[in-house]
Design a protein around this ligand. Structure first.
Ligand SMILES: [Zn+2]
Length: 155
């Protein structure tokens, strides 16, 4: 009942969007961390507990990975887009290389295999890439606070 109006400065609560919040690291550095399956904020490892299972928070800096309800819909879009790009690269590249006598059965079997295998193989990276896009487009206090904690932490 005794709620104060100083919620914006509460360290436990991050604002939904804060354009003034600094990026935790440079964009290319964060991308390199994403591609190496590391935390985008601090570069710490162990952010996945399995191939498919991204932890709730970074074990090093405690950055929350699911930044809001329904957050991973964006990662699904990244994953579907990557699977389609892979399929079209295979199909168009295959047509160009084998024209005028393309092996249609190979395209059919390879295409089905790609459309099943790519989303599975790319799944962890799709989450990391979505997090990268979201951190760049929508900096918030949560990432900045996690990065500050890492810098302040034991050396
Ligand atoms: Zn971290």
């Amino acid at each position: 009942m005794a709620s104060s109006s100083s919620g914006a400065n509460d360290p436990g609560r991050s604002p939904r969007s804060d354009p003034r919040a600094p990026l935790p690291a440079g964009p290319m550095r964060m991308l390199a961390r994403a591609l190496r399956r590391r935390c985008l904020v601090c570069g710490g490892g162990g952010v996945f507990s399995g191939w498919f299972e991204l932890r709730d928070r970074c074990p090093t800096c405690a950055m929350p990975f699911e930044r809001e309800e329904g957050y991973w819909v964006g990662a699904m879009i990244v994953n579907i887009g990557a699977a389609q790009a892979g399929f079209f690269a295979f199909f168009i590249g295959g047509l160009l290389l084998t024209w005028p006598d393309p092996p249609w059965m190979l395209f059919l079997v390879g295409g089905v295999g790609l459309m099943i295998g790519l989303p599975i193989g790319f799944y962890p990276l799709s989450k990391q890439l979505w997090l990268w896009v979201d951190l760049l487009a929508n900096p918030r206090g949560d990432a900045a606070a996690a990065a500050r904690e890492v810098r302040r932490g034991p050396r």
